[in-house]
Design a protein around this ligand. Structure first.
Ligand SMILES: NC(=O)c1ccc[n+]([C@@H]2O[C@H](COP(=O)([O-])OP(=O)(O)OC[C@H]3O[C@@H](n4cnc5c(N)ncnc54)[C@H](OP(=O)(O)O)[C@@H]3O)[C@@H](O)[C@H]2O)c1
Length: 330
């Protein structure tokens, strides 16, 4: 049996949501296994160590015989946040990071991206015995711990010299908008997660997320920046693109509200078609029809800045149209 004791550093939207989702899953499993020797769920919640559940062969896609998972609790910049998250997830709040470290063998760092490296340095300094407080190294020993962050823009490379510290590290990026610390868990279903890092760390956590219905894809750390650029294109750039189209309509005299009304059906249907099939089947419009006179008219109607945006995007549309036509010709 593999026992994973997870401590969460950063009691914000991601940490609290993931903590809550894992705790709820534990509760479900607990109900399935009413005869579990660990006693009632409430008894477990009251325990010092946080709640416990089992990820067993019969309940998950995991190929391990039986993993036991425990959420030890939260440490955060402010104890108030940690307490709030602990109460919400029925786990524990820790005033000192050392106390969380001493009861956890797995750490989720769910602080803002800019803090991850600082937390890593703080933890590894404890391991190297450099800590100014001179605390007992044995208690703080973090060797063999599994450490994860959940950033999309940083790879697991942020965990420098993890081998020297004898730790296994990975990053697990959920492709999901965590907008609310206490509500996002309600929508956390079938989420895609992109992992990179140490094989041991990836393989330890992958079955846990698969057990709660996530799809975990593994990439190389070196590809993380390109991967994140892709997710930005598919989310933020859609916003930029619709904003660009709304501005063009406004310059034709439409009110903003009317502009959104005009574009709503067009954009929604297109996005729906792309994900029902692919970009090739979804493509319509002048480029797809080979109507380059219309494209020329558009370019003449736009100012320099607008033309630059239009031409850059049109290059991508031309590539898609070429592939579509070559496929159709076969
Ligand atoms: N939000 C999203 O949609 C999303 C999606 C995917 C991935 N992510 C990634 O998930 C991570 C967390 O994002 P988030 O949206 O959950 O951020 P968030 O809501 O701002 O939460 C961050 C939490 O970290 C705590 N914190 C900050 N500095 C700390 C430190 N030095 N030590 C301990 N705790 C500290 C904050 O503390 P206090 O509350 O105690 O002040 C806060 O509770 C980031 O890496 C982000 O890139 C976010």
């Amino acid at each position: 049996m593999i026992v994973i004791k997870i401590g969460i550093i950063g009691a914000g939207k991601v940490g609290t949501t993931i903590g809550k989702v894992l705790v709820d899953y534990a509760y479900e499993l607990k109900n399935c296994n009413a005869s579990n020797e660990n006693g009632t769920f409430d008894e477990i919640n009251d325990s010092k160590e946080g709640n416990i559940f089992k990820v067993s062969k019969t309940n998950t896609k995991s190929d391990s015989t039986e993993n036991e998972l425990m959420i030890t609790g939260f440490y955060s910049r402010s104890y108030e946040s940690a307490k709030e998250s602990a109460e919400f997830t029925k786990t524990n709040a820790f005033k000192e990071i050392d106390d969380l470290l001493s009861v956890s063998d797995t750490l989720f760092i769910t602080t803002p991206d800019g803090e991850i490296e600082k937390i890593w340095d703080c933890i590894t300094e404890k391991n190297s015995g450099k800590e100014a407080s001179g605390k007992n190294n044995f208690e703080n020993n973090i060797s063999n711990k599994l450490i994860y962050h959940f950033s999309g823009s940083l790879s697991s490379d942020v965990f420098t010299n993890s081998d020297v510290h004898n730790m296994s590290c990975a990053s697990f990026h959920p492709v999901f908008a965590f907008s609310d610390k206490f509500k996002s868990y309600e929508q956390f279903h079938n989420v895609s997660i992109t992992a990179d890092g140490d094989e041991k760390a990836v393989n330890a956590l992958k079955p846990v997320f698969e057990a709660i219905g996530c799809k975990v894809n593994v990439i190389k750390p070196v590809d993380k920046a390109r991967y994140h650029a892709a997710t930005v294109c598919a989310s933020n750039f859609v916003v930029g693109l619709v904003g660009f189209a709304v501005n063009l309509l406004e310059t034709c005299g439409f009110e903003e509200k009317a502009a959104y009304e005009i574009l709503s059906g067009l954009t929604t249907k297109n996005v729906e078609n792309i994900f029902k099939t692919d970009v090739y089947s979804a493509l319509t419009g002048p480029v797809e029809r080979g109507d380059f006179k219309t494209v020329e008219k558009h370019l003449q109607a736009l100012n320099d800045e607008e033309r630059e945006v239009y031409e850059a995007l049109n290059k991508e549309v031309i590539k898609i149209a070429e592939i579509k036509h070559s496929r159709e010709a076969k």
